[in-house]
Design a protein around this ligand. Sequence first.
Ligand SMILES: [Zn+2]
Length: 255
Amino acid sequence: MTANVTVMFDAALAAAVTRAAPDITPTEHGHIKHGHIQQTEIIKDLFEGHYEAATTVAQAFEGALLGIGVAEAVDGEIVAFDGTVWRVPVDGIPVVAEPALGLPFSVVALGGTEITESVSAGTDFTGLTALIDEVLKNAGQHDDHAVAAVRVEGTFTGIVLRSEPRQQRPYRPLTEVLDHEVQFRFDTWSGTLVGFRFPDVNDQVVIPGLHLHGIGADRRSGGHCHRAVTVSATLRVWLDDVDIFVPMTGVHYGM
Ligand SMILES: [Zn+2]
């Protein structure tokens, strides 16, 4: 059921999701084809402790360029790129996620024109966010409503990654789960960070700002990325529109 339900959500995000057409932006660098972000579930439900599967790895990540998510029962952070979907459980060691694995929340990018930039050494998340916004602006896209898929690859310092322990029913709210998160700190770390730049809004629908999950180059570390400072890195950005679907209620945002 995809009923026509009216949902209140932030005007900035509304502008972003209605930006779906036209999906080609002419710029001085040629034409940029917008990609598409498919988000399953909303952040409010996750924070309230809905950790049951709303989709599966196979369903959510088919044809994915990159993506992030969380496993059913909060049994690991999900990170996807280059055709592989990883799950990083609480021990911090990535494993390839089973196609049938349930996910209460996922955000997946599909296609679009890639824009590549090198990143100056010493760039932290604030600097990265500013650089992404600059890239979007140069592409004629940046305002407070732009959404983009992001991939940062290279060597970093002072990196903090995290995962969380698997939860048992009755589920606790996510803030309580995160009180017991496990952090993995590396002075020097090489790997791939993927995720999204969403508008800086607190609308309970999307995760605001820059949100990245990582996998180490040696595939021996990973998780949600709290902080990272670049030593040498390349940034890739894809302009996107967004579609958010909540299977339980049939509510469709942004279509
Ligand atoms: Zn995360």
